[in-house]
Design a protein around this ligand. Structure first.
Ligand code: CLF
Ligand code: SF4
Length: 501
């Protein structure tokens, strides 16, 4: 059977390259990337911020075992190096996993990437992990394959990874100093022995670094995940960023520690706190001087399905998959058509972004830029790069910073949807109160619609609700609102804070 070839051309590189200070996001640097690397990232929702609005990923939970212990992990849950702690995925066999992937790919043509990320460490389960990859590279060659690991056995697996055309590998590297590592990893299981303390961290770090170098030599793209643990490795992660970049890592994803006592992890029980939104952004900005930073990670489940931030797993339970008839050759034709449409849209968006970046570069040189303060805006979206979500239905908001230098994406914040939250949630906090707390620091919230009721509390909290840019491209709408604020004189900095342009 001859399989159709996907439209392989990624959106054309912008001619001007990156001219705004938003450099540091993968997309703004796409124009500088060699063609073979652009091919690998343009439709990978984790490696390209822009792609995550359009393309979906899925995980299959085929890897139950782990060979190390992290202080933020409890083995009852998914590997917290990629997933939110407290989330449990059901383990499946490689055969079941392959069937599921083909069912999802046929149903959600935007799904471009299959990742194995748990529930334990994929490379501590090499037979199950590689059997899944082997079958998929044969049966569904239009799907990119991706894996995430703690790195302990990575050097032994590099040849096998290359053999199955696995182009994207994530290594969780929380430290390069064994004294820091000893505070994060109580033990590792290595050469049939449990090794503890500093010696364990030393071995783990050496294996991670060796694995990173070996992958870079083979041209496999490496993303490094780091869990930010305040007081343990936060001050150290800028150094980690420098080192992994020098060794060829493509992207750095600094994720917040989530430690709750009810998860039963060492850090949770000991009351180790996670970082605030501000602390996380500050560290990401510091690391961005040295590396491309990922800021749109959703800490997915080991069985996640759909766009980042959505979970369509319930549509693909084993009984439902059993009942599906899948004609994968026909599905590939459909997938190729959908991908071509998205690529066309991305290409147009890229041209608009380039024009916007050039304008922002000009504006940045004007005295206005020096006297206008940056503003954080929250955006409700269901994907597609447009403002298309009702305020009351949003389970998360994307956060953008607008300034005289342009618009940049800085992260996302989760909440309980206002319309589904009832009167209270959690420890008595109402859904609206929770959203107000989550949006702290933002001055505008952009959504497709907003009811009368939350309007006044938002304004009282200093957040202007705005439903006037429904279905518009996010970055253009944020820039337009910022310009309106500037014209209305809402952006003037106190004289003492104005820089000389
Ligand atoms: Fe999965 Fe990870 Fe591959 Fe993406 S997730 S294995 S690189 S396909 Fe992505 Fe999810 Fe963050 Fe991971 S948003 S947790 S970074
Ligand atoms: Fe848990 Fe993942 Fe760490 Fe293993 S590598 S202990 S599964 S967080």
């Amino acid at each position: 059977m001859e399989l159709p070839v996907l439209n392989a051309a990624p959106p054309a590189a912008p001619s001007g390259g990156c001219t705004s200070h938003a450099c540091g996001s993968t997309d703004d640097q796409m124009g500088h990337l060699p063609e073979h690397i652009r091919q690998k990232v343009y439709n990978h929702p984790c490696y390209s911020e822009q792609a995550h609005h359009y393309f979906a990923r899925m995980h299959v939970a085929v890897a139950p075992a782990c060979n190390i212990q992290c202080n933020y992990c409890n083995r009852k849950y998914d590997c917290a190096n990629e997933s939110r702690p407290g989330v449990v995925s059901e383990v499946m066999s490689p055969d079941q996993a392959v069937k599921k992937v083909m069912a999802v790919a046929a149903t959600i043509p935007q799904m471009t990437v299959l990742g194995i990320a748990g529930p334990g460490d994929p490379l501590a389960n090499p037979e199950r992990t590689f059997e899944t990859f082997r079958q998929l590279s044969e049966k569904a060659p239009d799907i990119k394959l991706c894996v995430s690991t703690n790195g302990l056995t990575l050097p032994d697996c590099v040849d096998e990874l290359a053999k199955h055309n696995i182009d994207h590998v994530t290594i969780t590297i929380n430290c390069v100093d064994p004294d820091v590592g000893a505070k994060i990893y109580p033990w590792i299981f290595w050469k049939n022995r449990r090794i503890r303390g500093r010696e364990a961290a030393e071995i783990l770090i050496a294996q991670q670094q060796m694995g990173l170098e070996m992958l870079s030599e083979r041209g496999i793209l490496v993303k490094v995940n780091s869990v930010m643990i305040p007081g343990v490795n936060d001050a150290h992660l800028v150094e980690v960023s420098k080192i992994v970049k020098a060794k060829g890592a493509f992207l750095h994803n600094v994720m917040p520690l989530i430690a709750e006592a009810e998860h039963g992890t060492y850090y949770g029980v000991m009351g180790q706190r996670g970082p605030t939104h501000e602390e996380l952004q500050q560290l990401q900005d510091q690391c961005a001087g040295d590396m491309n930073m990922m800021r749109h990670c959703r800490q997915c489940r080991a069985d996640a399905v759909g766009l980042l931030g959505e979970d369509r797993g319930q549509e693909f339970t084993l009984d439902k998959i059993e009942a599906m008839e899948i004609d994968y050759a026909a599905a590939m034709v459909k997938r190729a058509e959908v991908h071509a449409q998205i690529e066309q849209e991305l290409s147009l968006k890229q041209q608009a972004r380039t024009a916007q970046a050039e304008l922002a570069a000009l504006q940045a040189q004007s005295p206005l830029a020096a006297s206008a303060r940056p503003v954080l805006m929250a955006v409700a979206t269901k994907g597609g790069g447009v403002i298309n979500e009702h305020f009351g239905h949003a389970a998360e908001f994307l956060i953008y910073e607008a300034s005289g230098h342009g618009v940049r994406f800085i992260g996302h914040r989760k909440t309980t949807p206002y319309c589904e939250g009832g009167d209270t949630c959690g420890d008595g906090e109402s859904a609206l109160d929770q959203t107000l707390r989550v949006l702290k620091g933002c001055e505008v919230v952009l959504c497709s619609k907003i009811g009368y009721e939350p309007w006044q509390p938002l304004e009282a909290a200093g957040i202007a609700p705005n439903g006037e840019h429904a279905m518009e491209a996010i970055e253009e709408a944020v820039a337009a609102v910022y310009e309106e604020m500037r014209v209305a004189g809402k952006l003037d900095l106190p004289v003492a804070e104005q820089k000389v342009a």
